[in-house]
Ligand binder design. Structure first.
Ligand code: FEO
Ligand code: CA
Ligand code: CA
Ligand code: CA
Length: 525
């Protein structure tokens, strides 16, 4: 029986039959995922081999991992990180920066995305409004922490000279076409960054942190909305450096930024706009990357072309006043186009997508994987992962296919964060809502949000194997490897987010008291 036929049998014939078919076709072990039985790896060689024994979906209030894997909590919300600073709330993106090329000692950038229902733990309800805003603003942005593996365990280095918080109050320079443009109120710097979701790492060792759902907090705090929704660059090794918002990369609900190079050395940055019916973008720099220039390469993010994808035509449409004159009917300056990237994209015919979240470039064949989380407007509750193929990353044309589809038949739902290992296997972390859809609706069989391993080639290409299950009502975000791929960092975001009484939280992870968003290091690879 072919792989496909067997999978279809498993999907439609149920658990008992699947187990029988598994045995009959010589599959050695059966792992249960979301009520469907799936075969674990056969002993195939090379990439695509499943390097762990998959776990079953779980509703435990813990980070559950396969046998042989362990985790260390490196930093949790409120922890002292050094220099008098504290670790922020709801962590997301993690990016590891080795110190002296070490895979056991480095700096970790961590995004702090939003406070949301977590406000219940941040301050008592009778706190004056101004003080509430101050606390919220400090808890967002990012943390830079120094971390080290000692005696087999990861820990935070106290009193690090690198320890730093970037918050919703840190002054940040604008670069690129919208700097000083009337569309941002004529300013060249703005106050703070928040809604920092995912992001990426530049080729010159700085972090790109993406501002996602900034709209609500910007309104509540009386901020100018055009100052948010950008990609922010931070030099983690220089505590005095001023972060930059690169307006050439457009303004929308940025999920992440995956950087690669075209064949002729131009920078290419792929980006998703995580909202229902929003779009998939890429930026191509005008200039070429020069490794000898180090951090000066940051200037490349100031000039170039921002494109948006039209899937019907397989075409990248330039959001550029000169290259797309149709934009002139609505916008006078390139700054204005970039500030209103969503509107400009729609004017040119960009394809609406089902919440384009994380994008990653395959390390071997350079194809581009995009997670579409879900879109209840179209009955797409489970999401899927698309794979784009271009002749060159700077090309204006592409083809695409559906690489994997969420649902009970595949064992995962709502793919959000993606991460490749160097063999080209995809690690996928899911973001199902933890509201009533999880308790009694479509997401019930999947239990807590989990992490999955999906080979991109070999006999298990496109099949999901569950690697992790997070604490109650959390989402595991921001996965990142150490260079030796022996440690996987993960940010556990919003555990216990459905809590209504702080004295009776729905999760007590990780320290047995109240739920605390925290960054963990997973060992055992
Ligand atoms: Fe912050 Fe799109 O997840
Ligand atoms: Ca996300
Ligand atoms: Ca990612
Ligand atoms: Ca998400």
């Amino acid at each position: 029986m072919s792989d496909l036929t067997r999978r279809q049998f498993m999907t439609y014939l149920g658990v008992g039959t699947a187990a029988l078919i598994g045995t009959a076709t010589g599959v050695t072990r059966i792992a249960k995922a979301a009520g469907v039985e799936m075969p674990t790896a056969r002993t195939s060689k090379g990439s695509g081999r499943v390097p762990f024994r998959p776990i079953a979906p779980s509703d435990q209030d813990d980070l559950v991992l396969p046998k042989g894997f362990e985790y260390d909590v490196i930093a949790a919300w409120g922890d002292d990180i050094g220099n008098g600073e504290k670790f922020g709330y709801n962590c997301d993106l993690t990016v590891y920066f080795p110190i002296e090329k070490s895979s056991e000692h480095g700096l970790l950038w961590v995004n702090h995305e939003y406070t949301g229902n977590g406000k219940i733990f941040l301050y008592p309800p009778d706190t004056p409004e101004k003080e509430k805003h101050r606390i919220e603003q400090y808890n967002l942005g990012g943390s830079i922490i120094e971390i080290k593996k000692e005696n087999g365990q990861w820990r935070l280095v106290k009193n690090s000279r690198y320890a730093r918080r970037v918050t919703a109050n840190t002054m940040i320079d604008l670069t690129g076409p919208a700097r000083g443009d009337a569309a941002v109120g004529g300013v060249v710097e703005v106050e703070g960054t928040f809604a920092n979701c995912s992001g990426g790492r530049t080729l010159w060792d700085t972090v790109l942190s993406c501002e996602e759902n900034f709209q609500e907090d910007a309104k509540r705090w009386g901020r100018n909305e055009t100052h948010y929704g950008w990609v922010v660059e931070v030099d983690v090794f220089d505590p005095k450096s001023k972060p930059k918002k690169h307006t050439a990369l457009g303004r929308f609900s940025h999920e992440n930024a995956a950087m690669t190079l075209s064949k002729d050395g131009r920078l290419v940055v792929y980006m998703g706009d995580d909202a229902k019916d929003e779009h998939f973008y890429k930026f191509v720099s005008e200039g070429r990357f020069d490794p000898a220039k180090g951090k000066e390469n940051s200037r490349l993010l100031e000039r170039g072309t921002l494109y948006v994808a039209n899937l019907e035509k397989g075409k990248w449409l330039p959001l550029d006043l000169e290259k797309s004159p149709a934009l002139k009917s609505k916008f006078r300056t390139q700054g204005e186009v970039l500030v209103n990237a969503r509107e400009a994209a729609k004017l040119l015919g960009a394809t609406p997508l089902d919440r384009p979240e994380d994008v990653e470039v395959h390390p071997i064949d350079k194809s581009v994987y995009l997670a579409l989380t879900n879109n209840d407007r179209h009955g797409n509750y489970y999401g899927q992962i698309l794979r784009f193929v271009e002749e060159d990353p700077a090309s204006e044309h592409f083809t695409f296919e559906v690489f994997a589809v969420g649902g009970p038949q595949s064992g995962f739902a709502c793919p959000d964060n993606l991460l490749f290992d160097s063999k080209g296997n995809l690690w996928v972390f899911c973001d199902m809502s933890s509201d009533k859809l999880n308790k009694e609706g479509v997401y019930k069989p999947f239990k807590n949000n989990g992490g999955f391993f999906i080979p991109t080639n070999g006999p298990h290409k496109g099949e999901a194997f569950q690697f992790a299950s997070g604490p109650v009502q959390c989402e595991m975000t921001g996965p990142w490897w150490t260079p030796d791929e022996k440690t996987l960092f993960v940010a556990v975001q919003h555990p216990g987010e459905e809590t209504t009484d702080p004295a009776n939280p729905t999760s007590r992870w990780p320290r047995g008291d109240i739920p605390r968003p925290a960054v963990v290091a997973i060992r055992g690879f």
